[in-house]
Design a protein. Structure first.
Length: 144
């Protein structure tokens, strides 16, 4: 199975802690999830509902770091946020981070393999606290 996005909905600015909201569902086919046979109903297919809110990739505002990776991997970051928020009991954090790397490669965003690896290692090293944070309220469209 080839990984990839099946659509690209618009995101709408709304401000607040999670300032971007999907205007339509976002679907992503994941070879990793297919191997894991997740979700049970449609193995390999992540369906992120319209109304889901995100802050995209949480990149430190350190000038050099932000210049290298800020504003990149928008759709992969939405998938990654969704897995952290809504799937923490269905897969491991490591799998969620691997799917982020997979999605960046599938979208060719960012185009540089080095930048994709840098972003992947950023979530591996800095994602433990967000993974443990209870943000499941976002799964029902409650973004504030």
């Amino acid at each position: 199975m080839t990984s990839g996005f099946t659509n690209a909905p618009r995101v709408i600015w709304q401000g607040g802690r999670y300032p971007w909201r999907l205007d339509a569902p976002l679907h992503y086919r994941s070879a990793t999830l297919k191997r894991l046979q997740l979700p049970k109903a449609t193995p390999g297919l992540i369906k992120i509902p319209a109304g889901y809110c995100t802050d995209f990739a949480s990149v430190p505002r350190i000038p050099l770091v932000y210049a290298a990776v800020g504003g990149k991997a928008v759709l992969p970051a939405i998938v990654h946020d969704y897995l952290y928020d809504c799937w923490p009991t269905q897969l491991t954090r490591k799998h969620a981070d691997q799917i982020f790397l997979e999605a960046m490669a599938a979208a060719n965003d960012p185009t540089s393999l080095i930048t994709r690896r840098l972003m992947y290692w950023g979530v591996r090293l800095g994602g433990a606290l967000p993974w443990r944070k209870n943000t499941t309220h976002k799964c029902d469209g409650h973004c504030k």
